[in-house]
Design a protein around this ligand. Structure first.
Ligand SMILES: CC(C)(COP(=O)(O)OP(=O)(O)OC[C@H]1O[C@@H](n2cnc3c(N)ncnc32)[C@H](O)[C@@H]1OP(=O)(O)O)[C@@H](O)C(=O)NCCC(=O)NCCS
Length: 169
């Protein structure tokens, strides 16, 4: 384990809840559309698969790994519906801790600024917890994700990770 421990975060319209295994039930439907996987690969998980994945994420990395796995479910305040997830993997860096960050918003909830709002809260919290560098890997055709990255102050670099552009900030 390395770095800060996830806390509940609040934005104007959203609550970011630290991930629990019990979130898998509602997230199976929120994340169930194959369209979500066009740029990130894979396919929708079944309830059993998502429960198993969340169990691994909540347990965190093996103690000898210098890594923190931080995951949140993004919930809308007005009707309490879960709309997506954000995550940060925190590791030591030469100039202080750094975080690899990512976001997913369910198809019915996209295009309303939720990813940008949640990512801004996530990155503000990470910076408040001494995370010095942020990185996100984004497929070059994933314009919505690039918009999220730009909103939180990341910039595309000329580096690639597989077929994704490495953004930093
Ligand atoms: C990427 C994703 C999280 C964006 O979620 P969202 O809540 O719809 O995003 P937002 O509404 O906050 O929009 C983000 C920005 O992208 C822009 N945008 C949204 N959809 C877009 C589209 N289809 N094409 C171009 N730009 C788009 C928005 O205008 C906004 O930019 P702005 O802040 O300059 O106005 C969502 O599309 C998703 O989950 N995709 C599948 C998983 C994925 O690709 N995750 C990212 C891995 S790096």
């Amino acid at each position: 384990m390395f770095g800060p421990i996830a806390e509940t975060l609040e934005t104007e319209r959203l609550t970011l809840e630290p991930l629990e295994v019990g979130h898998a039930d509602e997230m199976t439907e929120v994340l169930g559309d194959p369209e979500l996987h066009v740029f990130i690969g894979g396919e929708p998980a079944t309830l059993a698969e998502l429960r198993a994945r969340y169990r691994r994420l909540v347990a965190g990395p093996a103690p000898y790994h210098q890594e923190g796995w931080l995951n949140w479910v993004v919930r809308r305040k007005d009707d309490l519906l879960a709309v997506g997830t954000v995550q940060a993997t925190v590791t030591p860096g030469a100039e202080g801790p750094q975080a690899a960050i990512a976001w997913v918003i369910g198809v019915p909830f996209q295009g309303r600024g939720y990813a940008g709002e949640a990512a801004a809260a996530l990155t503000g919290w990470l910076r408040d917890h001494s995370v010095a560098g942020l990185v996100a890997n984004i497929h070059p055709e994933n314009l919505a994700s690039a918009g999220v990255a730009r909103r939180i102050g990341l910039h595309p670099t000329d580096q690639y990770a597989d077929d994704e552009v490495v953004w930093r900030g």
